[in-house]
Design a protein around this ligand. Sequence first.
Ligand code: C5P
Length: 326
Amino acid sequence: MIGSTVVRVAPAKLNLTLAVVGRRPDGYHALHSVMVPLGLADRLSLAPAGGHEDTLHVDGFPTGAGPDDLVLRALAEARRAVGAGWAGPAGPPPALAARLEKRIPVAAGLGGGSSDAVAALDGALEAWGAELSIHERLRIAARLGSDVPFFLAGGPALVEGRGETVTPLRGVIGEPPGVLVVTPPVAVPTPAVFGAYAAGTRPAGGAARTSSVHLADELRSGLDARALVDRAGILAVANDLIPAAAAIVPELVGLRRALRRLLGRPVGQSGSGPTLWVLYPSVSEAEAAAKTVRAAVADGSLPVPGAGQPFIAATTIQPTIHTRSE
Ligand code: C5P
């Protein structure tokens, strides 16, 4: 055993675009989505443990069973894949005690659980001093969930197929754009959203696909941060799952409209929701917007659906995924 604790940063993701481009024989939807990592991130530490079973302790947002499972499932997959090829002492790679500091809201469309899974997979390999090829890591990631392979890209990427085809993009050049994220405390389960889409709740016309292809082309060679923010109006509607998410939680329509009115900027949706996003040229402008939204929630002028408080945070689009905490 290598012995020391490994700490990994697990960033959230934002879908700048999300086009559904077909239905696959396996029942999943074929996607064309430009995804970027955010500064908002969970932290996962993995320490050698004495017992035979991996354990997980979560601080911050409670995760429920699903995402918990994803960290433990990733550790189990990593152990199985390392298996006989492990250069350590006889027997399987030792058990790990995982501690997850959950700062990304759960089931929000921000990919937190998927990011934690990659942090667990790569962190376990580091803790054991083991290696797997990128193909093997991608295969494991795709098994763990559709959003998981993106987090192996190391930065902005075009995501296609069910989520397993990931093409890194050069991304945004210049001062990282600020992002306001607002996550209302409502449940918008991804299978239900895709189910509503499959049942016909979808936009007509294929505009999201056109915008997504165009943005991916621009980010391939690198797009000036200002130019990205200038495209917010187009990107805010380039998500084919917006009507389907609104079919599950109709109040999302009103919240988007109210945020647009309050902030005077386009409001997009990340993934299958319910997180809404607003782009700014800088993080300080996103912070000012977060203050405005918090005040409007507090004085009752911005009604937010759901029970409890919404998650409101200012963050940035990251040029690369920094997996180590400095
Ligand atoms: O792969 P994951 O478990 O994250 O997907 C959750 C659900 O979302 C799937 O069961 C499926 O219903 C839907 N989905 C889909 N097409 C995708 C990704 C997810 O239909 N590309």
